[in-house]
Design a protein around this ligand. Structure first.
Ligand SMILES: C=CC1=C(C)c2cc3[nH]c(cc4nc(cc5[nH]c(cc1n2)c(C)c5CCC(=O)O)C(CCC(=O)O)=C4C)c(C)c3C=C
Ligand SMILES: [Fe+2]
Ligand SMILES: [Fe+2]
Length: 345
């Protein structure tokens, strides 16, 4: 009988419709990985912020038909990965989805996987770069919900197939835009509060590695920069802010080629923030400015190859946390890297 292998894809989740926006936000802000305050204070803040943010967030989700497309996009990725993994035929793979702040919740995935009864389980974040606020939080939720022993991919910021999938999409978008010579490539990642990074979170380090690796593959595009979008709340976030980078690029008459590098599918941060809000900002700064948004990876062939290769790699050797290429990537001061104690490259 062939081995049964479960693959669990982790992502953030998003509201299905307008009525879900507030409870979704409340789940997000009650996560100790997002707000570090003690229990009762965190609960109060989660209620307060979700109440205050509800209207504005609802209006943004309304621009995408009322809710988030993230689950539909993630299902397409799960289907493409299932197909690819089952092509070899010597094991039976089934791909499950575990969202952190909305359905299908991590708890639901834990139950589904247990019901299926696999021989092996691979946990695979749809976050290429590790952060305590995303992958770290999801892996903790898996453990807290009683998820069984698993092989775990911590991150893949420099995975070759992942990098070349990005480079191919960027090259295609640039061609389509007519190869403008004055192009500035802006790699835009979701931001984080500075204090999360100061506490040793490896996310920014890994984002920088991803951007450098992609830029290496694109010698025709030498003008590039990393920036951070989606600031929320009163804390100081890492920068430069994508808004500032866009304004600056427009002021010096660059053609803006905007690449989301920490999101692997389309959702509110790409479809509303990048496609509507920031496009308008660019046009307001310089009417007629060139503004091209590179699509998120979605089911790009190279990305499905990357995911499938990560699953195969995770199934080799001993179970547990698998750093990229079996070796810890993060420097020692990135103390929140889950591969602590493993050999550094
Ligand atoms: C790399 C990915 C992400 C990181 C890091 C991250 C950190 C982070 N996010 C918030 C607050 C919000 N994020 C929201 C939406 C959202 N965030 C990510 C990814 C990362 N977040 C995704 C994929 C999405 C989209 C979900 C969807 O609906 O499709 C939202 C909700 C939208 C809004 O109100 O603007 C909030 C709020 C914080 C505070 C944080 C780190 C501390
Ligand atoms: Fe977020
Ligand atoms: Fe790591």
């Amino acid at each position: 009988m062939s081995r049964k292998i479960a693959v669990v894809l982790f992502n953030l989740g998003g509201p299905d419709g307008q009525a879900d926006v507030k409870p979704f936000l409340r789940y997000l802000f009650r996560d100790p990985a997002i707000i570090g305050a003690p229990g009762p204070i965190r609960e109060f803040l989660a209620w307060l912020i979700s109440t205050r943010r509800e209207r504005e967030a609802q209006a943004n989700y309304a621009l995408m038909g009322g809710g988030s497309p993230l689950l539909t996009e993630t299902r397409s990725q799960a289907d493409a990965l299932t197909k690819r993994l089952n092509q070899s035929g010597d094991s039976e793979f089934r791909v499950f989805i575990a969202m952190r702040y909305w359905h299908p919740f991590v708890e639901e995935a834990v139950r589904e996987v247990a019901t299926w009864g696999p021989d092996e389980t691979v946990l695979l974040p749809l976050y290429p770069q590790f952060s305590t606020t995303t992958t770290g939080s999801s892996l903790k939720a898996w453990k807290d919900a009683g998820g069984g022993a698993a092989r775990t991919v911590c991150c893949y910021p420099e995975n070759e197939d992942f990098i070349s999938a990005h480079a191919a999409l960027i090259a295609q978008s640039w061609e389509k835009a007519g190869r403008p010579e004055n192009t500035r490539l802006l790699f835009s990642a979701h931001g984080l509060p500075e204090r999360v990074i100061a506490a040793g979170d490896p996310y920014q380090f890994q984002v920088e590695r991803t951007a450098a690796a992609i830029a290496d593959r694109l010698p025709q595009l030498t003008d590039w920069q990393i920036c951070y979008q989606s600031r929320v709340g009163p804390l100081t976030w890492i920068g430069p802010a994508t808004e500032d980078s866009i304004r600056e690029a427009a002021e010096v008459d660059r053609h803006i080629l905007l690449v989301p590098i920490a999101f692997v599918s389309e959702h509110i941060e790409t479809l509303v923030e990048l496609d509507i809000e920031y496009r308008e900002l660019a046009k307001d700064t310089r009417p007629g400015v060139g503004y091209t948004r590179v699509p998120a990876l979605g089911v790009a062939d190279g990305y499905v190859t990357a995911l499938s290769g990560l699953v195969s790699g995770a199934l080799e050797g001993p179970a547990g946390m698998k750093p990229p290429n079996g070796q810890r990537l993060c420097p020692a001061d990135r103390s929140q890297c889950p591969c602590a104690g493993m050999e550094t490259r």
